[in-house]
Design a protein around this ligand. Structure first.
Ligand code: NAI
Ligand code: MG
Length: 329
């Protein structure tokens, strides 16, 4: 039995999480869910965006499923999500992007993003009339993520890694990242290339099939993964994993989508696919495959969720996946 910490969050977070838990509960008895809170909900209850109770729970579970959080406008807000990623050293952010919808170009890539540093370390300061943000790139974190990407490519039969950076301008920070990439891949079988981030954005739009694994720094990975999600139908289709040495958290790429919250309009595919990634991590590969197969079959049958102009709401979509899983078993 695996213990899973469930953090639905707010906005559409609880809606896509309910859909996801329905699928998981119908799939297996091998998961025990414990619920926790972070963000605005937690602040109302505990006076903290990241309560100690939640940190404790995370430390006593095998993995975490997370929905989405609204970022409040208060200037003292520090993202609990970033704190968890950095605190639990969830150093690799893995974002697969795959075509599910009929009639779209065949895309099958994974974006691997360094998840602990770069401009996301939160070192920003005002200096009179200007403001400064620190971009931190360390040898240690860069080596760790390059090793992760190489290992990932080996395990998943991926053939090519594109290292994406901007070392022509950021010669020292991105330069170090690129240099470590070159050092590490020198004796590897896998095909490699280096692509500047602006060129990468262009190529993602004009010839996305050329990409297999994209390995990149934190900020570029954040931006490019939304772009890539757009190629396969939007944020409703983009799952992710935050992986560390001894813990991992799984979440859709999207945010809390306040524009559609409470309307049964959110597409839970990204959340459910994130849960499938969690099952792989927990060595429940067979169950993960059943989820992916069911999702593929439901889309292949012509079902359209509201985000892509269809009628199927969040709850109905979950029911269809549950039925499909039952059919397949
Ligand atoms: P967003 O990802 O919440 O939404 C962007 C657009 O995509 C919206 O039009 C939304 O309706 C649509 N969308 C997103 N997920 C969808 C789904 N599953 N099904 C159908 N449509 C979907 O990004 P936005 O609007 O920039 O941010 C909203 C809030 O979420 C902000 O407070 C932001 O800071 C936060 N956020 C949180 C993240 C997280 O919790 N990991 C990540 C990104 C943003
Ligand atoms: Mg993002």
């Amino acid at each position: 039995m695996h213990r899973v910490c469930v953090i639905p969050g707010d906005g559409i977070g609880p809606e896509v999480m309910d859909a996801c838990l329905k699928v998981l509960e119908n799939l297996t008895d091998n998961l025990k869910f414990v619920h926790a809170e972070i963000g605005v909900n937690a602040y109302k209850k505990y006076g903290k965006y990241l309560p100690e109770e939640t940190v404790q729970l995370l430390q006593h579970t095998d993995a975490c499923l997370f929905g989405a959080l609204t970022t409040p406008s208060s200037p003292d807000y520090r993202s609990p999500l970033l704190a968890i990623r950095q605190g639990l050293k969830l150093y690799a952010n893995v974002r697969p992007v795959r075509t599910l919808l009929p009639g779209r170009p065949e895309i099958d890539m994974v974006i691997i993003r360094e998840n602990t540093e770069d401009l996301y370390v939160g070192l920003e300061e005002y200096h009179g009339s200007y403001a400064v943000a620190a971009k931190i790139v360390t040898r240690e974190a860069s080596e760790r993520i390059v090793n992760f990407a190489l290992d990932y490519a080996r395990k998943h039969g991926r053939k090519k890694i594109a290292c994406v950076h901007k070392s022509n301008v950021l010669r020292k920070t991105d330069g170090l990242f690129a240099e470590i990439f070159r050092e590490k891949v020198a004796d590897e079988e896998v095909e490699t290339e280096e692509v500047y981030v602006d060129t990468c954005a262009l190529r993602l739009v004009t010839s996305p099939e050329r990409f297999d694994v994209i390995l990149t720094l934190n900020l570029y990975g954040d931006i490019l993964s939304d772009l890539a999600a757009g190629l396969v139908g939007g944020l409703g289709f983009a799952p992710s994993a935050n992986i560390g040495e001894s813990y991992a958290m799984f979440e859709p790429v999207h945010g809390s989508a306040p524009d559609i919250a409470g309307k049964d309009a959110a597409n839970p595919t990204a959340m459910i696919l994130s849960a499938a990634m969690m099952l792989d991590y927990l060595k429940m590969e067979e169950e993960a495959a059943r989820i992916r197969k069911a999702i593929a079959a439901v889309y292949a049958s012509g079902v359209k969720t509201r985000d892509i102009g269809g009628e199927t709401g969040t709850k109905k979509f979950a029911d269809l996946i549950v039925k499909e899983i039952e059919k397949g078993s």
